[in-house]
Design a protein around this ligand. Structure first.
Ligand code: UD1
Ligand code: CA
Length: 459
């Protein structure tokens, strides 16, 4: 039986934020979400210790874990004590912090394996940090055995020079945790119950304490402030981008490409700079995305071209072309081979196969059939100030430039709307609708007007 205890009760004062620390997001997922997801494959149950605004943490994390409640934040040792009733008699307990989101599944797995092979009572996950300030330091004896963890605030100048730090992640024998946790005291600079004191306590009882070092110290980054949150974001993005590139995605400039952890991208898709893909976005194969595009919970089929555009909670089917400078708002579907061009906004609309909205249009609450053409400047007038109305444009209809289509409205199959029309009645199938004042040509009138104006100005 392997159990996890994840500490998440702290306020995270150093974040200077109204949001509980562990709920800050990195690449689309909360910090505690990252920790729990990575622990999940190797454990039988998890307990999250909540405290500061615990209800919010619970609401976000959900009921896939158990909870313990720490009323007052008296230290990491005290936090674990709140979960002790849920710890079984046998097996291992992995203790992790909700603020170390970069640790991977693989690291947790390796730590557990090392712990079991060594037969240790306690294994501490450590790392060599270039800048160890703020972390607890690992004190080893001449033989390299872990003797003690010295917290930064309590460390002597000599101890502060130690580069090997405590990542705040441990593997413990459940039995020893139950036996020794009560022995932790709060006699230290911060007056807190330090979980890290377990090292010295177990040592004193002749138990084996080992340190398992992560090779890449970046993985151990603990997030205490917004600077570290941004650093973690950068490191995670690097990891995500690398993963995608190794699967055949062509990311032209990884340093300016921001992809959330759940996003999927097909092979041979090219992603140009300054592109952001968020949430549960899925992109097919052989697409061209960017530059300067933002995709939020979007789904794109294969061979879609999507440039300088924004799409939110919508679908684009294969071989469609979007942008530059299009805005596709929630609940829209752009059909196969369709084109949504420059300065076009689409909202809650369906655009059929091969239809074109190439320039300067607004399409809202509309259902557009196949092979329809909306000329430049077509505006669907969907809102009367009180209610949004639907518009239906059937297959192969042609809407001339600069037309207003006042909903509710149907334009029948194959119908034509003359340019510059304001249409407020249904247009039957194959009809030509003209709704604009007839043109009048007054011969020589321009010349007369000019001389009139000139003579006025001379006076
Ligand atoms: C802790 C470790 C330190 C380690 C570092 C790694 C201790 C005493 N120190 O220090 O050795 O190098 O993590 O990042 O353990 N928490 C509670 N209840 C509390 C206090 C904290 O649940 O009463 C939670 C926090 O929400 C956080 C985690 O424990 O998720 C770590 O707490 P934090 O205050 O950030 O500890 P550090 O000072 O970073
Ligand atoms: Ca911390």
């Amino acid at each position: 039986m392997v159990m996890a205890i994840v500490l998440a009760a702290g306020e995270g004062t150093r974040m200077k934020s109204r949001i509980p620390k562990v709920l800050h997001r990195i690449c689309g997922r909360t910090m505690i979400g990252h920790v729990l997801d990575n622990l999940n494959p190797l454990i039988d149950k998890s307990v999250v210790v909540v405290g500061f605004r615990g209800e919010e943490v619970k609401a976000e994390v959900g009921d896939k874990v158990l909870y313990a409640y720490q009323k007052e934040q008296l230290g990491t040792g005290h936090a674990v004590a709140q979960a002790l009733d849920l710890v079984p008699q046998e097996g291992q307990v992995i203790i992790a912090c909700g603020d170390t989101p970069l640790l991977t599944k693989n690291i947790f797995q390796k730590m557990l394996k090392y712990h079991r092979e060594k037969g240790s009572a306690l294994t501490v996950l450590t790392a060599d940090m270039e800048d160890p300030s703020g972390y607890g330091r690992i004190i080893r004896d001449e033989e390299g055995k872990v003797k003690k963890i010295m917290e930064d605030k309590d460390a002597s100048p000599r101890e502060k020079k130690i580069k090997e730090i405590n990542t705040g992640t441990y593997c413990l024998e459940a039995s020893w945790l139950k036996k020794c946790l009560g022995e932790i005291s709060n006699k230290n600079v911060k007056g807190e119950y330090y979980l890290t004191d377990l090292v010295e306590i177990l040592e004193g009882q002749g138990q084996l304490v080992s340190g398992y070092k992560v090779e890449d110290f970046n993985l151990a980054l603990g997030i205490n402030n917004m600077v570290q949150l941004a650093q973690a974001g950068e490191l995670m993005r690097e990891r995500i981008n690398k993963g995608l590139m190794l699967e055949g995605v062509n990311i032209v400039d990884p340093s300016s490409t921001y992809i959330d952890c759940e996003v999927q991208v097909g092979r041979d898709t090219v992603i140009y700079p300054q592109t952001i893909m968020e949430g549960e976005t899925i992109v097919g194969e052989e697409c061209v995305i960017g530059p300067q595009s933002r995709l939020v919970n979007a789904s794109l089929g294969d061979k879609v071209v999507f440039q300088n555009s924004v799409i939110v909670e919508s679908r684009v089917e294969k071989e469609a072309q979007i942008g530059p400078f299009a805005y596709i708002r929630p609940e829209s579907t752009i059909g196969p081979g369709a084109k949504i061009g420059d300065f076009v906004e689409v909202k809650k609309s369906f655009i059929g196969r091969g239809s074109k909205v190439p320039h300067l249009s607004y399409v809202g609450d509309a259902t557009i059939g196949e092979k329809v053409n909306l000329g430049a400047g077509t505006i669907i007038v969907n809102y009367d100030g009180a209610v949004k109305h639907p518009t239906n444009i059937e297959d192969e209809a042609f809407i001339g430039c600069n037309s207003n289509l006042i909903a509710p409205l149907t334009v029948g199959k194959g119908a034509y709307v003359g340019a510059g029309s304001t249409i407020n009645e249904d247009v039957p199938e194959d009809a030509l609708a003209l709704a604009r004042p007839p043109q009048v040509n007054k011969l020589k009138a321009a010349q007369r007007l000019k001389s009139l104006l000139l003579s006025k100005n001379q006076k």
